[in-house]
Design a binder for this molecule. Sequence first.
Ligand SMILES: O=P(O)(O)OC[C@H]1O[C@](O)(CO)[C@@H](O)[C@@H]1O
Length: 253
Amino acid sequence: MKWKIVENYEELSAEAARLVAMQVKKKPDSVLGLATGSTPVGMYKELARMYRVENLDFSRITTFNLDEYVGLSVDHPQSYHVFMQEHFFRHVNLLPEHTHIPSGDASDLATECTRYEQAIKAAGGIDVQILGIGGNGHIGFNEPGSAADSRTRVVQLAQRTIEDNARFFSSIEEVPTAAVSMGIQTILEARKIVLLASGESKAEAVHRMLEGEPTAEVPASLLQQHPDVVVIMDRSAASRLSAECKETEHARL
Ligand SMILES: O=P(O)(O)OC[C@H]1O[C@](O)(CO)[C@@H](O)[C@@H]1O
């Protein structure tokens, strides 16, 4: 894995957007894997600026989101469908039929998961997958204990994730307890992975991801087996890395 430590959230967002923009220019019909959560919001804002000001063209880009809450309709204010519209899709020239997010309110969720996997394959697989990281080391909604060979499926959310995400709902009781999520294997099949981590609350997970043994207990550590992962983190997220790890950052990128 390669990593880069930047000063703050603004720099993290700019660096992430720069990597995505490079991909979009290099391959205008790229397939991007997208993430929700607060971390990538700044990256989406910067990409929207690049579209407006620099004519970065998304018209041939296809996107697949990592996950969606079970039970929320596509127009629920806390659904990831609405999140993506608000933070990214409506600000750029992505075609609606090119954007994909699993349906968390499908009547048959198992069929929905299979359909989603097939859609990713039919699109030719994911070129660049953007990831955040949970405070417990989850990626997508693959909570600790998720199998390395897991694919898109219904997952139960860990108590910590429910607590972490309660800030987006009016009460913790409203946070869904399950989600449809791409699996670890689905994520590992992306040709390139860019993981973003910001803030002290991610420091322990980042340390275990980069410096711990790969283990299903820290799903992000399973990324160590992927040949092309870039981690972009700010100083607070990097605060628990060993001195050696911090010093080698540039050599490793
Ligand atoms: O960026 P945040 O809001 O800290 O969320 C981190 C992670 O949590 C999730 O939003 C799910 O809880 C992931 O999709 C994301 O990667």
